[in-house]
Design a binder for this molecule. Structure first.
Ligand SMILES: NC(=O)c1ccc[n+]([C@@H]2O[C@H](COP(=O)([O-])OP(=O)(O)OC[C@H]3O[C@@H](n4cnc5c(N)ncnc54)[C@H](O)[C@@H]3O)[C@@H](O)[C@H]2O)c1
Length: 262
């Protein structure tokens, strides 16, 4: 197997979900540049914002890293992939659930089908990959007191309500509570669990979230004089994944340009 470049995550394996596009893609590439062998997973290889499939830049950074298809709604497939990574790499050091599907509308506008579609990816999907990842991590020996690290991608919309974002906001609040539960329930077993909650991040995708009035509102609402980039979020994930970051667990790190402080 080709050795990844040296860095703070050298020798580590990392699983990232929703890694074909946007923030998940930036996280996968950032972790690979930090030396991790990354398994970038997604339900599709299509890139929402355009450009080559994530496997292309990933291979240039870290030839041992790879893309693997994974639908996070499939509990058995998540468990199997976590086991496969551990079998091939020796252990599973880091899991970053970033896959999501958007949901729009108030409670009154949310059908049972909309609700289930959003929850199946944004909540069940995070549970599925973390339950597979945790089972694997608990079976491996600690390194510097840590058996494994988890960084969940939340959102500021899991902390404050956004009008018309009922199912999405509830799903993001759920994963932030998942983070706290895991951090507390498994701390004594050497599991470190944190979250990164992005503010408004421009990923290059189109749609209602980047309509001109939404961008103008987000710019007016953000103290720093720009909106966020996927790289801003990826760097925060790396900070929480870095073995040099110690005694930090159960934390929700905002990457929002100061939005939630005001
Ligand atoms: N962009 C923002 O402003 C913003 C703000 C706050 C939080 N976030 C969070 O950041 C993360 C990434 O968001 P993004 O804006 O980059 O979105 P995105 O739409 O660009 O990427 C989401 C990825 O998830 C994948 N996905 C969807 N369903 C899947 C499934 N069933 N199994 C596996 N993969 C699946 C998609 O194919 C896509 O590649 C999400 O968790 C999102 O909630 C984003």
């Amino acid at each position: 197997m080709t050795t990844p470049p040296p860095g703070p995550l050298s020798g580590q394996s990392a699983l990232v979900t929703g890694a074909s596009s946007g923030i998940g893609r930036a996280i996968a590439l950032r972790l690979a540049r930090a030396g991790a062998t990354v398994w970038a997973t997604d339900v599709t290889e299509e890139v929402v914002e355009g450009g080559p499939p994530v496997a292309v830049p990933l291979a240039e950074i870290s030839p041992a890293s790879r893309f693997a298809p994974l639908d996070v709604r499939d509990h058995a497939a998540c468990a199997e992939l976590c086991q496969r990574i551990a079998t091939e790499h020796g252990r599973l050091d880091l899991v970053v659930p970033s896959a999501m599907t958007p949901g729009r509308g108030s409670l009154a506008q949310t059908t049972p089908e909309d609700w289930r579609r959003v929850m199946s990816v944004n909540v069940d999907g995070v549970y599925n990959v973390l339950s597979g990842g945790l089972a694997r991590m608990l079976s491996q020996e600690p390194v510097d007191e840590v058996r494994g690290r988890i960084v969940i991608i939340g959102s500021q919309h899991g902390m404050v309500a956004s009008p018309g974002g009922f199912s999405y906001g509830v799903s993001k609040a759920a994963v932030l509570q998942m983070m706290r539960q895991i951090a507390v329930e498994h701390a004594h077993e050497g599991i470190i669990c944190n979250a990164v909650s992005p503010g408004k991040i421009l990923t290059g995708k189109s749609g209602p979230a980047v309509a001109p009035e939404m961008i103008a509102y987000s710019e007016a609402r953000t103290p720093l004089p720009r909106l966020g980039t996927p790289g801003d979020v990826a760097q925060a994930v790396l900070f929480l994944a870095d073995p040099a970051t110690t005694f930090v667990t159960g934390h929700n790190l905002l990457v929002d340009g100061g939005w939630m402080a005001g």
